[in-house]
Ligand binder design. Structure first.
Ligand SMILES: [Zn+2]
Length: 467
């Protein structure tokens, strides 16, 4: 492959040195058999090879790239990724010598350069000849008027969406070639095809459909695109965000309701009644602090878990707080706990148990399509997870102070009710109904008021420092 692109070492240089040019400067590079001393070439670029006697390796640092190789070794580390090469570097009088193929593939390409032949050697030119391959997987979720496309990358790579051609969403990869993973067939009524060519992944959209917005996320690296028909008039987004800044809206979700009673204390206190009662106190407290408040239910109604966050999303709420009460087989378990969303792992066994209990609520909808759930989650909580964690910490700190509890931190668990919320969202378990002493406290109106005040103080603390 290299031979076809580059002439072998020029005849004029046989046995002697080869001239390398870079930005008008030139250096004479000694040959070592079929290889070339690499140190002068790096020097020409302004990069340095540092030798580590302990490891026997050479490390090249150039801009934000690192390359590590060792004489006699066919494995090289390029930007922390292990690569196998056909011909190992070898020890030489000048330190280490490499083949022209190695030089271009391993050293120059990652740094964004390639070689061109000159009469007496080579010229180093901008632009990598061998962009690294990056696997991509494209998934789609169709909604009423828009489709969310999630392009997951097998590894981190700089990608940018170009949406200047109507009907096309082109994701351009800087220094990488996308390779489509076809084991996950894409189905969407707004996508015609997905193709990869050179450094572009091209998503062909159906008639009249355009990219509405896009953003990149990390862990795992992915690009999220929202496509649909462009609205005829510009949306009054600035107004909305102004209003949002003027008066933050807190959506309070009293857990359970209707047939779904939730946990129950030994003396018959039901979680659904306790959560509504605390929610009402919390609403009053937040209103008094100057915030707008909405409850997901104001009486003994049944609500699907997904409808609760859907309401918060529709209202463009600033934060979402779901209230619950815990139950445990360990009747001594007590105290309030604040949770935020995790994709699949709970932070410990107790957190996992709490999530199982709450997820089992009646009226849960939207299950049975885990891929769609995953995309929704990607769209929603992933972006605000750090904010959710901060909100959880602020609320838990106030609860700890109130209850005089040692700080146990906040927990993460896969609660369905937090899934899909597009704003910072937490779930507060206000106490254990399974603990007789605590259940008695929880039934007390004064205690409920203090709990509500602590949660409100935590929310306020968060909102004051929110971006
Ligand atoms: Zn509950």
């Amino acid at each position: 492959m290299i031979a076809a692109l580059l002439a072998p070492l020029p005849a004029a240089a046989q046995g002697g040195a080869v001239t390398f040019e870079f930005q008008g400067r030139a250096v004479s590079v000694p040959r070592v058999g079929t290889k070339l001393e690499v140190v002068p070439i790096l020097g020409l670029l302004g990069a340095e090879a540092a030798y580590s006697p302990a490891a026997g390796t050479y490390g090249v640092q150039f801009k934000d790239h690192t390359i590590q190789f060792a004489p006699g070794q066919r494995s090289v580390l390029v930007d922390d990724q292990l690569e196998e090469v056909a011909d190992a570097p070898e020890a030489s009088p000048g330190g280490v010598a490499v083949s022209v193929a190695f030089l271009e593939r391993v050293v120059l390409s990652p740094l964004g350069f390639h070689l061109e032949n000159t009469p007496d050697g080579y010229r180093i030119v901008e632009g990598a000849r061998f962009p690294d391959v990056v696997g991509v997987r494209v998934a789609a979720a169709d909604f009423g008027t828009t489709t969310t496309l999630v392009v997951t990358l097998a590894r981190a790579a700089k990608a940018e969406v170009r949406d200047d051609t109507p009907g096309l969403a082109v994701i351009h990869f800087a220094g990488a070639t996308p390779q489509i993973d076809t084991s996950f067939p894409l189905r969407s009524r707004r996508v015609r095809s997905v193709t990869a060519d050179k450094q572009d992944l091209t998503i062909t959209l159906t008639e009249g459909v355009a990219v509405l917005s896009w953003h990149a996320l990390e862990g795992p690296p992915r690009v999220i695109l929202e496509v649909g028909r462009r609205p005829p008039t510009p949306t009054p987004a600035p107004l909305l965000s102004q209003r949002r800044r003027a008066m933050p809206l807190v959506v309070i979700d009293p857990g359970h309701g209707g047939d779904d009673t939730g946990a129950e204390s030994a003396v018959g206190m039901m979680e659904k009644d306790l959560t509504l009662s605390v929610a009402e106190q919390l609403a009053k407290d937040l209103l008094a602090r100057g915030y707008a408040v909405r409850l997901t239910r104001d009486g003994d109604q049944t609500r699907a878990l997904t409808d609760r966050t859907a309401l918060a999303n529709r209202l463009d709420a600033t934060v979402f707080v779901s209230l619950h009460a815990n139950a445990s087989r360990a009747t001594s378990a007590r105290g309030a706990e604040t949770y935020y969303m995790s994709l699949d792992k709970a932070s410990d066994e107790d957190a996992a148990a709490a999530a199982r209990l709450e997820n089992a609520a009646k009226g849960t909808s939207g299950n049975g399509n885990s891929k769609l759930d995953l995309i929704l989650w990607d769209m929603a909580q992933a972006e605000v997870l750090n904010e959710s964690a901060r909100l959880a910490l602020d609320v838990q700190r106030e609860l700890n102070t109130l209850l005089n509890l040692p700080d146990r931190g906040v927990k993460q668990a896969p609660f369905v009710v937090l899934k899909g919320a597009t704003m910072p969202a937490v779930l507060v378990e206000v106490g254990f109904l399974s603990n007789a002493a605590e259940a008695k406290q929880l039934a007390d109106a004064g205690y409920q008021q203090r709990l509500a005040a602590a949660i409100a103080a935590g929310i306020e603390e968060y909102l004051r420092s929110a971006p």
